[in-house]
Ligand binder design. Structure first.
Ligand code: MTE
Ligand code: HPA
Ligand code: MOS
Length: 819
């Protein structure tokens, strides 16, 4: 029998070979973790609970779930226009098409027709007003997928098309917003600006991002007893889907059970936007009494669902001669699409991160939620945080060039520090030395200053190829900013053979949450990981759960699982003390045994025997656990509070080389040091850091969303939308987890959340591109570079900079030269 360690060793070898094959004889991708941490790592660095099933193709996703033979397939009729009135929708020919069993529109919905998750605004089907290309008009259920898709084409649709609003800036200007504007403010920002020796302003456009989960939106719904349904769905928020399905069907919540075993990726795209499909399939299942499958083809998936919010950001900041910010004004405008969805919280999070790791001094931050006629933009790894951080990172580079310092020096001077430790929303930053230490270590390990000199020398000698280097930090707030979501439940059963089953409210999307929760249960009960099993997340096991989001899956559900396991453990201790006449004091569960007493008087009882005896002694071997995060609060009326339980940190150094004649570039080296507190599982955390960084890099470099002037998304698949591939891995990629800094808060085993924060390490690539471009003007200023910084955008900036030097024009004071 091959062990997991054998397999992970084999796969590491295969991966190395693959990397070598891709990279030719380039340097290895990354260093392994330090020798000193090997043993510790071996204990915790466990493979993903489904790793073998993933790589052998045996892990079941929605489409792999067997359905009854008479199951129906659902296809959708989507709006071809971005804005207008639906004047006629005739489905008579659809209903007569071969294989069609049912066809439904808004009038066939017995319950709620609006499924807006937080605020109303998301009709399940278009009633009258059409708001984006890809909005659902109707659904067809047929005996085969093909029959359903062909029948959709038979619909007679008439639309009175109207001009679409596709410009978020113009919408913001016209106060066309999905939610009211919110302001956070500390001190007298106007005076800070007036008094500052230097003032700079800048603007940027930060593009959106398609989730590109490998498994698209998919669900299978079967009718159950009475008026009920069971919903199998690729979904980050089963409890919300349960609520919405029940409301749409007009049945009580307890008639609906939602199950999610795993997703082939979510990345935020299945926090709210997995629900519509489940509601539609549930309608079909209830109306026909047959199981209904609904999965969106990739092109429809990209059109029908929202993406990361594009942002237009602006800053006006005052600073001293050393580049230290005194205060100022920042505005972030999120392009929310047609409805609120999660945009209130997304733009809030952008505002909470407009400082990233730096004190803004006396500052005002304004967040605007612009409405446009596109799909409703939604959660995406970082949840607005990355877009907010981009503005202050732009300012750092601008300010540094203005005062003639290295950007790293200016970044370090602006970090939160004693005396400058309160954010613009009133939260005091703890662990003040941590980021400084991370940056210092990374400066050292990446050889930043020597490479800075090398880059300058290289650029001085080479007129065409230019190198850029940048170190950017991340400080990311951990907790849902909607306070009530910071709660979790778990359910733990010990069976009489000693095997353990744990369930909790979180969902698995590849991030390793289930593995971590199993590790928690195993540790609390002194068992091997193999003795603990997790099954699908189900609303009838753990109710009223929060979405698996905000990186808080392990923090919340790990704690709930720990609570459940410790209840069972304490019960077993009470029982054992009495039954075996043992000393209750100092009892422990270790390596599959209960141990009581020490030395001479030590007694050991095998786990299996203990469980059997407890069962016969009529002791409950099952418990439910619960957790809610302490300390947090935020008052939206005043824009102040402590929204985050703690911050997760990290920093990355990226080096790039650009060809200024073509705009093409490569990321040649990346060094990362990331803070996960005391890691729950270093193997999984490393994967999250590497994957998050690459996804962040893709967002800011190659992933370009394009709509035509009618509002139709034209980058709707892998041929037109470029996500990073193996070949985009930096040839030198040194990734390390910060050691020796447990969370300062009492999180689960003093670990820190890891899901989202590393995405923002990708900002270093963008900043390095700006650095390379700045060399064209001898670093006198840093050019504006909107994102994604595709080769086209890089080329346009390079050409504009060359033209400006040729014309001998003076450099602009600000960085907002238009591109
Ligand atoms: N990692 C993988 N492999 N797949 C995913 O879909 N989603 C990210 C992150 N890491 C994601 C991922 C997002 S958006 C979040 S919020 C967290 O995982 C959610 O899981 P966690 O809270 O358990 O970290
Ligand atoms: N992060 C992610 N998802 C969320 C949040 C958040 O802060 N609030 C509501 N859903
Ligand atoms: Mo993650 S964007 O919070 O699902």
């Amino acid at each position: 029998m091959r062990t997991l360690t054998d397999i992970s060793r084999d796969s590491a070898k295969a991966r190395r070979e693959q990397q070598d094959a891709n990279k030719g004889d380039g340097p290895l991708a990354r260093d392994t973790t330090a020798e000193a941490n090997r043993d510790e790592n071996r204990r915790h660095a466990r493979a993903h609970e489904s790793a073998i099933k993933h790589v052998t193709g045996r892990a079941a996703y929605i489409d792999d779930i067997p359905a009854p033979g008479d199951a129906l397939h659902v296809a959708l009729g989507l709006s071809p226009v971005a804005h207008g009135r639906l004047t006629r929708l005739d489905l008579e020919r659809v209903k007569r098409a071969p294989g069609v069993v049912d066809a439904i529109t808004i009038v066939d919905v017995p319950g709620h027709t609006d499924i807006g998750p937080v605020f109303p605004g998301d009709p399940l089907f278009v009633d009258d007003e059409i708001s984006y290309v890809g909005q659902t008009l109707f659904a067809v259920a047929a005996t085969s997928y093909k029959a359903a898709r062909l029948a959709v084409k038979e619909a007679v649709i008439e639309i009175d098309e109207q001009p679409a609003s596709l410009d978020a800036l113009a919408a913001a200007e016209a106060s066309d917003v999905v939610r009211p504007t919110h302001v956070q403010q500390r001190g007298d920002w106007q005076r800070a600006l007036d008094d500052a020796p230097h003032v700079l302003e800048g603007e940027q456009f930060v593009g959106g991002q398609e989730h590109f989960y490998l498994e698209g939106q998919a669900c299978l719904v079967t009718p159950s007893e009475d008026e009920g349904v069971v919903v199998y769905t690729s979904n980050q928020h089963p409890s919300e889907t349960q609520k919405l399905v029940a409301e749409v069907l007009d049945v009580p919540f307890h008639a609906v059970t939602v199950e999610t075993r795993r997703m082939g990726g979510g990345f935020g795209g299945k926090e709210t936007q997995a629900s519509p499909w489940a509601c539609i399939a549930a309608l079909v299942a209830r109306r026909t009494g047959r199981a209904a499958r609904l999965r969106l083809p990739r092109a429809e998936d990209t059109r029908a669902t929202g993406k990361r919010h594009p942002f237009h950001n602006r800053y006006r900041l005052g600073f001293d001669g050393r580049g230290v910010i005194q205060g100022g004004d920042v505005t972030v405008i999120g392009d929310c699409g047609y409805s609120p969805d999660l945009s209130e919280a997304v733009v809030d999070r952008a505002m909470f991160h407009a400082d990233n790791a730096y004190s803004l001094g006396d500052a005002r931050v304004t967040g605007i939620r612009a409405r446009t006629h596109t799909a409703s933009n939604t959660a995406f790894r970082g949840f607005g945080g990355p877009q907010g951080m981009m503005i202050v990172e732009a300012a750092m580079d601008d300010i540094a060039r203005h005062v003639g310092e290295d950007p790293l020096t200016v970044r370090k001077r602006n970090l939160y520090r004693p005396g400058r430790d309160v954010t613009h929303y009133g939260q005091t930053v703890e662990q003040l030395d941590l980021l400084a230490e991370i940056i210092e270590r990374l400066e050292e390990s990446s050889d930043y200053w020597q490479r800075r000199r090398d880059v300058s020398d290289y650029n001085a000698r080479n007129p065409v190829l230019k190198k850029g280097l940048s170190l950017t930090p991340v400080k990311f707030g951990i907790s849902f900013t909607a306070k009530h979501l910071n709660q979790a439940g778990a359910l733990l059963h010990v069976y009489t053979d000693g095997s353990v089953m744990i369930n909790h409210g979180g969902t698995e999307m590849g991030q390793g949450l289930h593995t971590k929760v199993c590790q928690v249960a195993a540790r609390e009960l002194g068992l091997d990981l193999e003795q603990v099993r997790i099954t699908a997340t189900r609303t009838d096991k753990v109710p009223n759960t929060s979405p698996t989001a905000a990186s808080s899956g392990a923090d919340l559900n790990g704690m709930a699982a720990r609570d459940a396991a410790s209840q069972v453990r304490e019960r077993l201790f009470d029982f054992a003390a009495e039954h075996y006449a043992l000393d209750r004091e100092g009892m422990r569960l270790e390596d599959g045994e209960l141990i009581a007493g020490h030395g001479e008087s030590e007694r050991r009882i095998a786990w299996g025997e203990l469980v059997q005896a407890a069962y016969l002694g009529r002791i409950s071997l099952s418990a439910k656990g619960f957790y809610s995060t302490p300390l947090i609060h935020y008052d939206r009326a005043t824009g102040r509070g402590r929204p985050f339980y703690y911050y997760a940190h990290g920093a990355a150094v990226s080096e790039v080389m650009i060809d200024t004649l073509t705009g093409e570039y490569r990321v040649t080296r990346v060094d990362i040091l990331h803070d996960v507190g005391d890691s729950l599982n270093p193997a999984i955390d490393m994967g999250q850091v590497e994957g998050g960084f690459i996804q962040g890099m893709g967002w800011l470099t190659s992933e370009e969303l394009k709509w035509d002037d009618k509002g139709r998304l034209i980058s709707d698949g892998p041929s037109t939308y470029k996500i990073p591939a193996f070949g985009d891995l930096p040839p030198v990629f040194n990734v390390e987890l910060l050691q020796g800094h447990p969370n300062s808060q009492a999180s689960i085993y003093r670990s820190k959340a890891v899901g989202e924060p590393p995405l923002m390490l990708g900002i270093s690539v963008w900043s390095a591109l700006r650095d390379a471009l700045a060399s064209l003007v001898d670093y006198r200023h840093c050019p504006r570079l909107d994102t994604p910084a595709t080769p086209e955008r890089v080329l346009m900036v390079a050409e504009a900079l060359r033209d400006s030097t040729r014309a001998g024009s003076t450099q602009p004071e600000t960085s907002d030269d238009p591109v």
